[in-house]
Write a protein that binds this ligand. Structure first.
Ligand code: CP
Ligand code: NVA
Length: 301
């Protein structure tokens, strides 16, 4: 593993090893409190963040490393100087780069020119750190993740893409249910389907909620992602049938609800479900740090 740009780049062994290491770090943090001693990580964020920014910062601190936050929200990377110069200059001082960018091209440019590992902290196409935390969360609930049935409802977006790759590599069954016109990226679907075939997983895509069979967990995300200027009025009617609510959870018999957050209650999911008994949202949020620390230890340790 040289960088973490997308879950699709991980072999099944690499993915399982990351999840196992995350569990070890979570269980015995003291064993890893010097894992990043003397190392510095630069974090570049072109978009807002609560969970990713704080969990990386505190996670790096818990591993004995040092983080530097660069706020790029008022001047996208590549504006003042080329992305390549950003990458080569930061590589002179830092041991890794964590970046949240609008475009995947920017992350890929950083990785191409940096001489240190680059970790994707979300871009338009992927959110691999979220996916890792989510599969860590599921693996704490289910002994054999390849038996898990995960459904994703709503907008086919960066989070969906990372979940699709992860589920496919782990050999799980994933059903993606989106309104027409809001399916995941076609190339990502093809790649995830190929990975699912290779690893004995299953990826089902449909617009029909009634085509969903029984599920273990139901996942949703915002209907409008950062950088998407669609107005809620424009899409609300179209998306409303895909809201995760008690009727839907009962229909598919799912015990668990998942969301990467931030959540818009009474929009993509009802408050009753988001804050209900089967909601894993805080476990997912906590696991962001442990999953990311496993990535940092693997890339830098
Ligand atoms: N889930 C997630 O990435 O949250 P933030 O956007 O707050 O980092
Ligand atoms: N799909 C969302 C995820 C936020 C963590 C977005 O990109 O805005």
């Amino acid at each position: 593993m040289e960088h973490l740009l997308s879950i699709k780049d991980l072999s099944q062994t690499e993915l399982l090893d990351l999840l196992a290491l995350a569990k070890k770090i979570k269980a015995n943090p003291a064993d890893y409190n010097q894992a990043l001693a003397g190392k510095s990580v630069v974090m570049l964020f072109e978009k807002p963040s609560l969970r990713t920014r704080v969990s990386f910062d505190i996670g790096i601190n818990k591993l004995g490393g040092h983080s530097v936050y660069l706020d790029q929200q008022n001047g996208a990377l590549g504006k003042r100087e080329p992305v390549s110069d950003f990458a080569t200059n930061i590589s002179c001082w830092a041991d890794a780069i964590v970046a949240r960018t609008f475009s995947h091209t920017t992350i890929a440019g950083l990785a191409k020119h940096a001489s240190v590992p680059v970790i994707n902290a979300l871009c338009n196409l992927y959110h691999p750190c979220q996916g890792l935390a989510d599969f860590l969360t599921l693996s704490e609930k289910f002994d054999d993740i390849s038996n898990v049935k995960l459904a994703y409802l709503g907008d086919g977006n960066n989070v969906t893409h990372s979940l699709m790759y992860g589920a496919a590599i782990l050999g799980a069954t994933m059903t993606v249910v989106c309104p027409p016109g809001h399916f995941p990226d076609g190339q990502v679907v093809c790649e995830a389907q190929a990975l699912a075939a290779k690893h004995g997983g299953k990826l089902i895509l449909t617009s029909d909620i009634n085509e969903m069979g029984p599920q273990d967990a139901v996942y949703t995300d915002t209907w409008i992602s950062m950088g998407d200027n669609t107005s809620m009025e424009e899409i609300e009617a179209k998306f409303k049938p895909y809201q995760v609510n008690t009727a839907l959870m009962t229909q598919v018999g799912a015990n668990y609800f998942m969301h990467c957050l931030p959540a818009y209650r009474e929009v993509e999911a009802t408050a009753e479900i988001v804050d209900g008994e089967g909601s894993l949202i805080l476990q997912q949020a906590e696991n962001r740090m442990h999953a990311q620390n496993a990535v940092l230890v693997t890339l830098l340790g």
